[in-house]
Write a protein that binds this ligand. Structure first.
Ligand code: UDP
Ligand code: MG
Length: 318
């Protein structure tokens, strides 16, 4: 029988785990009817509430549920990576625990992937119902900018909820970078992806872990990870200002020759100095972003640290 592993990152999700279990159990029945065994890997991303206890309880009841628990909160990206390294199935799926990703879609995804044409079946939201308008606006801007300045295609509204083949997952695992931006990695590995669309579903219980500023920082990480356009932009800005300065020099020489040299214009000078130093600091900040990411990357720290788990398979056994 074929095996499908579902990776579920959880951070402070004690309220949602039971509902998730109820939903995924039904899906398991359907999958068994399709000659496919289900394995669920719950990843506890350093939760501070009763998430781990609940996970252990569920895992104790059903041998097809496994858990990995981190020593602290390493972020959803680290949880995804941990899940991917431990997944055993020929097919691997990735989904949120809050039921915003409908588990009922999995059998349909499996049917598509079994046809063999696609290596990934992804999902995208057709609307952003229930999301604050300002968040939607910035999200759209981010996707536009990202697709403009980077080589990888990042689909607007694409969720992390997807079903992948083994070779697709192995390609993802080959990228061992510390600063992981999955939305970009999915596009980077290539292969053919089929997109299923559904309407946005609001979180049933608990609350979102993503504040506006967390999302902003995440999007900057994404840009730095997949594009060097900002650095090039800084260089072009420098050249543009040099040319502007050259023009100014010509104008000032001309004016002095014609009108003499009355001492005036210090307020405009202050404005120019302030603006230029602002731009210089901004560009320095841009370089700093890349430098700091490089710094973190060369340290080669582990992406996550596992406190306890009942999944046998370890990353290096592969
Ligand atoms: N999550 C995680 N680590 C974090 C933040 C979130 O593992 O640091 C998990 C969370 O438990 C959930 C999924 O990532 O299963 C998506 O999080 P959330 O629902 O808060 O995000 P949203 O759906 O609002 O984008
Ligand atoms: Mg959610």
């Amino acid at each position: 029988m074929e095996k499908l592993s579902v990776i579920v990152p959880c951070f402070n999700e004690q309220e949602t785990l039971q509902d998730y279990y109820d939903a995924i159990s039904k899906v398991r029945e359907t999958l068994l009817g399709k000659e496919c065994e289900l394995q669920v890997i719950l990843v506890d991303d350093g939760s501070k509430d009763g998430t781990l206890t609940k996970m252990k309880e569920l895992s104790g009841q059903c041998s097809w549920i496994r858990y990995i628990s981190f020593t602290r909160n390493f972020g959803k990206e680290a949880a995804i990576y941990a899940g991917l390294t431990h997944a055993e199935g020929e097919y691997v799926s990735l989904m949120d625990v809050d039921l915003q990703d409908p588990p009922e879609l999995i059998p349909e995804m499996l049917d598509i992937i079994r046809q063999g044409e696609y290596d990934c079946v992804g999902t995208r939201r057709v609307d952003r119902k229930g999301e604050p308008p300002i968040r939607s606006f910035f999200a759209r801007m981010f996707y536009k900018l990202m697709n403009h300045i980077s080589d990888v295609e990042i689909v607007d509204g694409a969720r992390d909820f997807r079903l992948m083949t083994r070779r697709y997952v192995n390609s993802l695992l080959e990228m061992k970078e510390y600063n992981r931006f999955s939305k970009g990695l999915f596009g980077w590995v290539g292969y053919k992806t089929k997109w299923l669309e559904y309407e946005n579903i609001e979180r049933k219980k608990g609350e979102t872990k993503w504040s506006f500023f967390k999302l902003l920082a995440y999007s900057i990480d994404g840009i730095v990870a997949f594009s060097t356009a900002p650095v090039r932009f800084a260089a072009w800005l420098g050249i543009a200002f040099c040319m502007l300065a050259f023009l100014f020099i010509l104008v000032i020489i001309g004016r002095t020759l014609v009108f003499g040299d009355p001492v005036a214009g210090w307020p405009s000078l202050v404005c120019i100095i302030l603006m230029l130093s602002g731009i210089q600091l901004f560009c320095l900040g841009l370089m700093g972003e890349y430098l700091s990411k490089t710094y973190l990357e060369v340290k080669k720290r582990p992406i996550y640290l596992c406190k306890e788990t009942n999944v046998e398979k370890e990353a290096d056994e592969k």
